[in-house]
Ligand binder design. Structure first.
Ligand SMILES: Cc1cc2nc3c(=O)[nH]c(=O)nc-3n(C[C@H](O)[C@H](O)[C@H](O)COP(=O)(O)OP(=O)(O)OC[C@H]3O[C@@H](n4cnc5c(N)ncnc54)[C@H](O)[C@@H]3O)c2cc1C
Length: 396
């Protein structure tokens, strides 16, 4: 039987009293941006980490992501604050990664085409400002002067938020894992966890003792971190932990490199008071443009590339530089989205050595999650602003 320091030590003590043994084995399932950020932070503290990834690191939702770092449309207020805090932590995260991860700041602009849309946009901006989030109204002339390459017609209002940015998620994942490996972590790719093995602990709890991989390997663990995105629900169920997720497919289209489309901002949302699909646009440092098309409940069509071409034609009506641009890639992924729309982060009460990290806005939240998960795992702290995100909220 595999020894599980965590489960045994905790049997007669409060969950908060015992820091993890420095030699304990930590297995992270999933090498998207969330699992990779956690691996990076844990190995900065010299822990024994193994990352298991079913496919290629960064190839899940993290690849498809629009990767806009923001705290817009995040309610309730405490969830807005969580995202804002992570947004503010990104510069330090990037500095610690010490590599070009394609992080670009410069803000986001959006405008409206109807009076109703304008009222809704400006009301929302007012609320965000009252929360200390700097969304400002810009006039038609200001908006056009800022971004002459965008056809903003008709126009009823516009807002700009200068503190937002975007990042190249593939570079973030690569850099996190490179650092982790240099610090001794083992990264296993193209091999998936097929079972989580547990043993009974005290007080009707259990402990995760090992995971079995599709290849047949068994990895012992003292702490198990599930950061497998949409697949986390199925994995958690193997350890008797129940929570459900929304079904939220998403897609982004990436073009060949083009000349710069924006002069000041780095992200733009096309009018949300137009019929769907919603369209969001950003440009990578190499000039290729990513168009995010869809809603939180769906994405551009299903799986046909015709849909991507249709999206390109629609977006070119607003950004003429995109007219005739070749689509290089269509990226599709399932958003990790717990049923109530907010993250699941933290240790499970029923399996006290199993840590969950599942979230939408995982790009925005990666900076905070990597750091806070590490504090909770290694220091036996419970961070109060993470309290609303414990998995037990689904079973109570
Ligand atoms: C279209 C789209 C647009 C988005 N836009 C934004 C945005 O603008 N801003 C923002 O902040 N967020 C955005 N998101 C959300 C964000 O991308 C995700 O929250 C984030 O990428 C989740 O990262 P993750 O590491 O948790 O999951 P994933 O990237 O999905 O990684 C999970 C990994 O676990 C692996 N895995 C699964 N099962 C197993 C197993 N059994 N064994 C081993 N490995 C396994 C998978 O292969 C995968 O690589 C968007 C998402 C989508 C899809």
């Amino acid at each position: 039987m595999v020894s599980c320091l965590w489960g045994r030590r905790r049997s007669n003590k409060s969950a908060l009293s015992d820091p993890v043994d420095p030699n304990s084995k930590i297995v992270i399932v999933g090498a998207g941006i969330v699992g990779s950020a956690i691996a990076f932070q844990l190995t900065r503290r010299h822990r024994n980490v193994t990352v298991v990834e079913a496919k290629r690191p960064g190839s899940g939702a993290t690849l498809a992501s629009y990767a806009w770092i923001n705290s817009r449309d995040k309610e309730p207020r405490e969830y807005h604050d969580l995202n804002r805090r992570s947004l503010d932590m990104w510069p330090r995260f990037a500095k610690d990664l010490n590599a070009d991860i394609g992080l670009r700041w410069g803000g986001e602009m959006r405008w409206t085409v109807t009076d109703k849309g304008a009222k809704s946009l400006l009301d929302q901006a007012e609320v965000l400002r009252s929360w200390g989030y700097p969304v400002v109204q810009v006039t038609k002339d200001q908006a056009r002067a800022m971004e002459p390459g965008v056809v903003m017609e008709p126009f009823t209002s516009a807002v700009y938020c200068g503190i937002e940015g975007h990042v190249d998620t593939q570079r973030v994942v690569r850099t996190c894992l490179n650092h982790a490996q240099q610090a001794g972590a083992d990264v296993i790719s193209n091999d998936s966890v097929t079972s989580i093995n547990t043993e009974p602990g005290a007080e009707a709890k259990s402990a995760a003792t090992s995971v079995t991989l599709a290849s047949g390997r068994e990895l012992a663990c003292d702490v198990l971190v599930l950061a497998a995105g949409y697949e986390t629900t199925g994995l958690a169920a193997m350890a008797g932990i129940e929570f459900s997720q929304q079904t939220s497919p998403g897609a982004t289209v990436v073009t060949e490199p083009l000349s710069p489309i924006f002069r000041n901002i780095v992200c733009m949302h096309m009018p949300r008071d137009l019929p769907e699909p919603l369209m969001n646009v950003r440009q990578f440092p190499d000039g290729s443009v990513m168009i995010h098309g869809g809603t939180h409940n769906g994405s551009i069509g299903d799986t046909s590339d015709d849909d991507a071409e249709k999206l390109m034609a629609q977006i070119a009506g607003f950004i003429p530089t995109l007219h005739g641009a070749n689509v290089k890639e269509v990226r599709r992924g399932m958003r990790p989205m717990p049923e109530d729309g907010v993250p699941v982060i933290g240790f499970s009460e029923s399996v006290p050595n199993l840590y969950l990290a599942v979230m939408h806005s995982g790009v925005t939240l990666a900076a905070l999650t990597g750091e806070f998960a590490t504090t909770e795992i290694l220091d036996s702290s419970r961070i109060d602003i993470l309290q609303p995100y414990r998995v037990e909220r689904f079973s109570r």
